[in-house]
Design a protein around this ligand. Structure first.
Ligand code: ATP
Length: 136
């Protein structure tokens, strides 16, 4: 690990999604997007449902991140999240189906529909499609 990189770990309750040296990570916190470079001040921040961009020595990679937290320490950045997928792991058909289901729920103006839950499902699907290089 050089002074130009730090170690990034992205982990969910199920698996380690990414681990390795990166020169930068950009994530969406609930207060907006942040970019973390080596030497960033220590920080813990809650994450939104959003895309993540990482600059690895081999090039730029993207992932979809479903909430959680980012923790920045001097030489280590950890993202703990409910779910995350690297762009190439995203099943586009599945995300399209999830988007359709969420939109159908949101269109029904019924009292028994949990709108916040449907909105979150829609947001997850849109982010996955965008990260996978589809419209969203
Ligand atoms: P779905 O309704 O399709 O299950 P969801 O948004 O409810 O979508 P999550 O609860 O966010 O799914 O994720 C459940 C698990 O499935 C996680 O491990 C997540 O990484 C994975 N996952 C969800 N959607 C996709 C997708 N389109 N491609 C790859 N993995 C996915």
């Amino acid at each position: 690990m050089s002074d130009r990189t730090f170690d990034l770990t992205v982990v969910t309750p199920e698996r380690q999604v990414f681990q390795g040296p990166v020169a930068m990570v950009i994530v969406r916190t609930v207060d907006g997007e942040i970019g973390v470079l080596p030497g960033h001040a220590p920080l813990v921040a809650p994450l939104a449902i959003g895309p993540m961009t990482i600059k690895t020595p081999a090039g730029e990679r993207k992932a979809a991140v479903n909430g959680g937290f980012i923790e920045v320490t001097p030489r280590q950045v950890t993202i703990l999240t409910e779910a995350a997928e690297m762009a190439e792991e995203i099943d586009v058909r599945r995300a399209e189906e999830a988007k359709k289901r969420a939109l159908a729920r949101l269109e029904k103006k019924r009292a028994d529909i949990d709108y916040a839950r449907a909105q979150a499902a829609l947001q997850r699907a849109i982010v996955r499609l965008k990260v996978a290089g589809r419209e969203g």
